[in-house]
Write a protein that binds this ligand. Structure first.
Ligand code: TMP
Length: 209
């Protein structure tokens, strides 16, 4: 697989350590000589930053919010993901389409049919991740850790009640069960180093680096 396309997505609820683990994996991949592009949703492009600002303003209905996430993804795929994969880089994305299912379907309660319909309207290229790492942690533990770190300004999603976060977690677990071919659940309750080790083992097993 050396030089072939590798698109890895990190998913999970709030405060499950995705950003830290992406950074650690990017460092390791660069150390073995691979070019890596680290990106994120929402807001992985200048246009996407504007979508993100609107989404996080908290003034949108769930349906309006969904449309912006889908538009953000379209721009992100076209302007960042596809070009980077074509250049031979490994792409690591902090969130992708599973977040839409977990948050907008399982969390907000929008139907799968409505999400598919909106996805069809937005159009664009479809890209399937080669590997999705679901960082799984109980919402209680995740929020406790965030509090200990002194995280204060909570976003509109972080401010949702605990039942919302449980639904999102269950959503990610169900998606992983339905698509075992490219999903791996990582126990994020472990230490930072142990999580990084599990991720590295998974990546080494799946790809020839
Ligand atoms: P961030 O905090 O990781 O920057 O992401 C902003 C929020 O957006 C996060 O709480 C998860 C949420 N989100 C969705 O609800 N649906 C989506 O499709 C994506 C990509 C993110």
């Amino acid at each position: 697989m050396k030089g072939s396309k590798v698109f890895i997505v990190f998913e999970g609820g709030e405060f499950t350590g995705k950003t830290t683990q992406i950074k650690l994996l990017a460092e390791k991949l660069r150390a073995v000589g691979r070019e890596v592009v680290v990106t994120k949703e929402p807001g992985g492009t200048p246009q996407g930053e504007k979508f993100k600002e609107q989404i996080l303003s908290g003034t949108l209905s769930p349906k309006e919010e969904l449309k912006l996430f889908l538009q953000d993804r379209r721009v992100h795929i076209e302007n960042v993901i596809v070009p980077a994969l074509s250049d031979g880089a490994i792409v690591l994305s902090d969130r992708f389409s599973d977040s839409t299912l977990a948050y907008q379907h399982y969390g907000r309660g929008l139907s799968l049919e409505f999400i598919e319909h909106e996805q069809h309207l937005v159009g664009g290229i479809t890209v399937t991740p080669h590997l999705v790492l679901i960082l799984d942690m109980s919402p209680q533990e995740a929020f406790k850790r965030a509090q200990l770190r002194g995280e204060e300004a909570l976003s509109i999603f972080e401010r949702e009640n605990i039942f919302f976060h449980h639904r999102v977690r269950e959503g990610f677990l169900q998606i992983a069960q339905t698509h075992p071919e490219n999903h791996v659940i990582i126990n994020a309750h472990q230490s930072r180093a142990a999580v990084a080790r599990s991720i590295w083992e998974t990546v080494e097993e799946k790809f020839i680096l």
